[in-house]
Structures are given as C-alpha cells and as structure tokens.
Unconditional design. Structure first.
Length: 254
C-alpha cells in the first residue's frame, strides 16, 4: 500500500509547534472530557490547558467534521488536502519523540486516525461507504444479496470457472482454450457492467448532495435521504460482487 506523503516539518521547532496548536481554536471531539494526566477539564483542545499533554481524539470522530467538510459526496479535494497537512503538523509523531511513552502512543494513535480519515474521504467509493455507515439507520432494510439477474450470471460463471480449473492441470487443449476465451469475454462484460454501476453511483452522489445542501440537518428530509442511501448501498453491493468476480476471473484465466 502506498504511503501517504507527509508535510515537511523539518523547519518547525517544538516551541513553534506548541504555539501553533494552542493559538488556534479546536473543534474536534476528544476521547475524554478530562485530561488523562492531570484530570483537568478538556473542552476540545488538542493539548491540556494545565499540563500541556497531548490528548487522544475520539474513535467516534466524524471524518467529514474532522476535515471541516459538509456531509457531501463531492468534496473539495484541495481543501481536504490542506486540512490534512494542517492536522498532520499538529499530530505528527516527530514532535513527540522526546515525550513520555503515553504521549508518544497518543500521538501515534491520533496520526493513524487522521490518516484513515484522509484515505477514506479521498477515495469516492470509501467515502460513500463511510457516509452510509454514518447514516446507520438507513441501511437496516437493504438487501445483502446481489440482484437476481446478477446472481444467476455469477452462478453460471462459477460453474465455468470450476470446469476451467479441472481442465487446467491437463495442459493446453482446445476445450481449455475455448473456455478461456469465453471466460475472458465474460470478464470484459463484467468490467463494462461495473463501469455502468459506478456511473450510476456517481449520479446518485449528485442526488444526495442536492438534498443534503437543501436540508443539512440529519433528520431533515429523512425519508428522501434514506431512499437515496438505500439506492447507493444496493449499487455498492452489486459492485462488490462484480468486482470480486472480475478479480477471480483474472487470477484464474490470466
């Protein structure tokens, strides 16, 4: 997996870092309401106001709120990246290398949580999957199986794949090559189908964003929002089956 590029922090001193993160208002939810070290009240600051110890972010952090974004599926990628680098300067473990083990551990945890949030929002598929998890009440009645026509197609493909695997140890034959050609054609068909699913999904992004901008409060237009979320989740479910099948075809037939 590719490593995330981190900002250049080499020219920042510890005092400059301390001033930077204590002179700006912070709004991210913290894991505790009291400092883990001195038990002073914590009201959203990254550092305790009394003992100046770094505080852990809440594991229930809303990734959209973390990056100061509305819950929209089309994000401002430049703003996302700018905010990521700003927060990286706050939580980067290099600034805590001389601290005690507790602060080092908290810094690493905060940095890992930030990286996960950034990767999730940067990828459009992961972004919509995360949004659906946030809106948990909308996914209770969503089917977990693929659409009927897709299910039948996958069953037929799995039978052909099993036949291919049985023939493959015997070496090249006309039956094997005929089956390989058929499966490669089916793979191309599925890849085309996956592309259409993603195009349909991105249209639903526009639909969600329109409703969300008109009704930003979570419970506003709830019925309409749930309808869109269900539609997106079903497309994602079908896309997962197709993607897995494409990968299996590639691995088996080359």
């Amino acid at each position: 997996m590719a490593q995330l590029a981190m900002p250049d922090l080499s020219g920042i001193t510890s005092m400059e870092h301390l001033h930077e993160i204590t002179s700006t208002s912070r709004e991210l939810p913290m894991a505790r309401s009291m400092c883990w070290h001195c038990q002073s009240e914590i009201t959203g600051e990254y550092l305790c106001g009394q003992c100046v110890k770094v505080q852990p972010l809440s594991k229930d952090l809303d990734y959209f709120a973390c990056f100061k974004l509305s819950r929209l599926l089309k994000v401002d990628e430049q703003q996302l990246e700018r905010t990521y680098y700003d927060l990286s300067r706050t939580f980067h473990p290099d600034f805590y290398c001389t601290k005690d083990d507790s602060e080092k551990t908290i810094s690493l945890g905060n940095s890992a949580l930030l990286n996960t949030a950034y990767r999730t929002l940067k990828n459009p598929i992961q972004r919509v999957e995360y949004l659906i998890r946030l809106e948990a009440g909308a996914v209770k009645d969503i089917r977990s199986n693929p659409a009927a026509d897709l299910f039948e197609e996958i069953l037929e493909l799995q039978e052909d794949l099993e036949s291919f695997r049985q023939l493959a140890p015997e070496g090249s034959s006309s039956d094997l090559e005929t089956l390989r050609t058929k499966l490669q054609g089916e793979r191309e068909h599925l890849e085309s189908r996956q592309g259409k699913m993603e195009a349909s999904l991105y249209l639903k992004f526009n639909e969600w964003d329109h409703v969300q901008q008109q009704h930003p409060e979570q419970e506003d237009a709830r019925e309409e929002k749930d309808r869109i979320l269900r539609g997106m989740r079903e497309v994602l479910s079908d896309r997962t089956y197709v993607s897995n099948m494409v990968n299996e075809l590639l691995e088996t037939t080359g």
